[in-house]
Design a protein around this ligand. Structure first.
Ligand code: ADP
Length: 161
């Protein structure tokens, strides 16, 4: 049986914390799909296509990782991929309550689905896409936060070169 996992999120933009989770999750399952949520209710800095292609670029070195956008319910996306495992990262206690609710709801809807929580690498526990955008909007240094290949693309969104 092939163990398939999905790592869902907004990835607006992808951070070094996300990459760390992707690299670790790829070792836990046979096939990992990074699912980029196309949430029309949320205003994003990067378009869905930009987010997908940035993640494709920075995960190209990992053989069993695919990147795909999705909208609607995660459980439906998982069914389409025949995937059983949801991967989520936990940074702090504040992440926990909502993550637990979502995980339990998903399993209720589809008992085949299990969520695997990966504790954030201590190095990135403070890091979120929101922090990246906040720094970049003032032209601040984001080299600690996002992969090298992403830096200029974030600055460009704020009119910095
Ligand atoms: P969402 O809007 O679904 O929370 P994000 O792109 O913010 O999407 O996050 C996607 C997933 O990555 C979530 O499980 C989140 O907890 C996790 N994550 C975000 N930042 C980090 C980090 N620095 N270290 C580990 N996991 C993280």
């Amino acid at each position: 049986m092939i163990r398939r996992g999905v790592y869902p999120g907004s990835f607006d933009p992808v951070t070094k914390g996300h990459v760390d989770v992707i690299e670790r999750a790829a070792k836990l399952v046979d096939e990992l799909t990074v699912g980029v949520l196309n949430n029309s209710a949320k205003i994003s800095l990067f378009s869905i296509d930009e987010r997908v292609s940035m993640i494709e670029e920075i995960t190209a070195h990992i053989g069993n990782v695919k990147v795909s956008s999705f909208d609607g319910l995660l459980v439906d996306f998982m069914k389409k991929l025949d995937a059983r495992f949801v991967i989520r990262g936990l940074r702090a206690v504040s992440d926990f309550e909502l993550e637990l609710q979502v995980a339990q709801s998903n399993t209720l809807v589809n008992p085949e689905v299990d969520t695997i929580f990966l504790a954030t690498n201590l190095q990135y526990s403070y890091l979120s896409s929101t922090v990246v955008k906040e720094f970049a909007s003032y032209g601040g240094d984001i080299s600690h936060f996002v992969p090298e290949a992403i830096i200029d693309r974030v600055y460009e969104k704020y009119g910095f070169k």
